[in-house]
Every structure is written in C-alpha cells, then in structure tokens.
Design a protein around this ligand. Sequence first.
Ligand code: PHE
Ligand code: ZN
Ligand code: ZN
Ligand code: ZN
Length: 295
Amino acid sequence: GLRAGTLAVQDHLQELQNIAESHGGNRASGTPGYQASLDYIKGQLDQAGFTTTVQEFPSLGGTGKNLVAETPGGDANQVVMFGAHLDSVGDGPGINDNGTGSAAILQAALDYAAGGETPTNKVRFAFWGAEEEGLVGSTHYVESLTEAERGKIAAYLNFDMVGSPNAGYFTYDGDDSDGVGAGPGPEGSAQIEQLLNDSLSAAGAPAEGTDFDGRSDYGPFIEVGIPAGGTFTGAEQSKTPEQAEKWGGQAGEAFDPCYHQSCDTLDNVDTQALERNFAAITNAVKAYAAQFPQP
Ligand code: PHE
Ligand code: ZN
Ligand code: ZN
Ligand code: ZN
C-alpha cells in the first residue's frame, strides 16, 4: 500500500470489508470470504519478505486455515509471537472482531520489515482461523508443536478487538493484580502487561487489567506455560460510569454494541482506539524483536 502506520491499518480494514461485501457479507472460517482475507494478508507479507506458511486443520466438518509469517532473520531458538484471529462470525463482516487485530498486526509487521533491521529474536505473526468456532486454529497450532518448539516461544501477544466503538482499554492481567477471577498468566506475562500498559498510558489511555478467561487465542498458549499478553477494547459488556469518566464514551452501553452482528462494519471502529492500540503493538514488536523480556 501507499500509506504507512495507522492510515494503512484503515486501508486493510477497508479491504476486509470489501472482501466481506463481495463474499456474502462475512469472512467466516471455511468460506470464500475467509480465503480471500487470507490471500490478501499473505500477499502483503510475502511481498515484504516474510516467510509465510498456511496450516490447515479440520473444523466443523470443513477445513480451517492459519496463516503464519515470520522474519527470515532472528534466532529461531528465541521466537516472539503476535497473533490475531482472522475469521469473522457468519452474521457479519467482523471488522472490529477481528479485522482490527488482524490489520494492526499486519501493518506492524510491514512497518517493522520496512525499517530494515535484522531482529535478534525471530518475530512470528499468526492469523488464526476458526477462533469463532472455539479457538480451533490456535489450539491446533499449539498442539502441532513439539515440546522443543513450544520451548522456543518466548512470548505470545494476542490482539482480538482493538477498535471497539465505545472503547475500553484493557491489557491481559498477567500479574493478577486485582486478585479475582482467573489467576496470573505464566511467568513473564506480567512484563508483557507492563510494556503494553506503558505504551497505552503514553498514548493517553491508561489501561485496566482483563482476566485471562480463555475467551481468545492466548488460551492454548498459557495452557502450555508460554508467557502471554495483549490488548482488548471490549465486547458485549457495558462500560461503567468510572470507565466513561476515565476514557470517555457512553456509560451503561456496550463497548461494542455491534459485537457478532451484521453492523460490525468499518463504521463500528473507533479510529482513536485503533491508533492507540496500533502504537502499543508497534512498540511491542520493536522491543521484543530486540529482546524478551525487555531491559
Ligand atoms: N474472543 C471473543 C470473540 O472473538 C472476543 C473477546 C476477546 C472476548 C477478548 C474477551 C476477550 O468473540
Ligand atoms: Zn468474535
Ligand atoms: Zn474475536
Ligand atoms: Zn496486572
């Protein structure tokens, strides 16, 4: 594309919306809309020099696909991963859920490659299929790795819904600072939370913790003890008055009123929330390409 940074993220979202519109209104796993989404992202990453692989797996009686892209350089024994699910539900185009996470990690990858640096660690980007069918793609990926291959993954950062229209700013609670709900993540998760919190604070949006409750693709990674983290701007839950005070937006309304609906289109994305999360992602790619945990 001709644009860089956050404008390019929006161009990718426009492309995903066009793909949904021309393929029956959605980009669900196993459909032509999913395949077109994967082809688009793979084309961009191939052109930028990433090594790409498509991994197939069975899901709901059909075939699901993950797209995995990694830097040709960097130590293959020390891998940092960034992931987002690329499939939508069947009821809509899935632009906030999860065009935003997909477009943001895609552009972070492209911007990193354009910088021309050779990473210390290998940087791997995953676009999961069939998340909406129960984390099927990410689960298949982790199960397909040997014990040794799992041990080489230093960190997994997940981005699922990062442009909610009534945005909250959440990072996965690696240290279980609130002491309730799901416990802490694997050792190393708290450092990821800290790095993302620092970036979001610098961008003007101090984050709250959200539990590792297993509702997105970090689930299979934490299950095998891989340090994890990520950001999230909220789904069907409603924003509290305290959160509206802190972040703006509408108290008593869902973070994403179009969650899993046909109205999850480009108009359902808060560009400022997307921009802030994209900044956090690009910072994390730079930091963890160089070193994990960060100095
Ligand atoms: N994984 C959920 C979905 O795709 C959304 C979600 C993301 C919920 C992160 C909680 C935390 O529908
Ligand atoms: Zn969803
Ligand atoms: Zn999602
Ligand atoms: Zn915490």
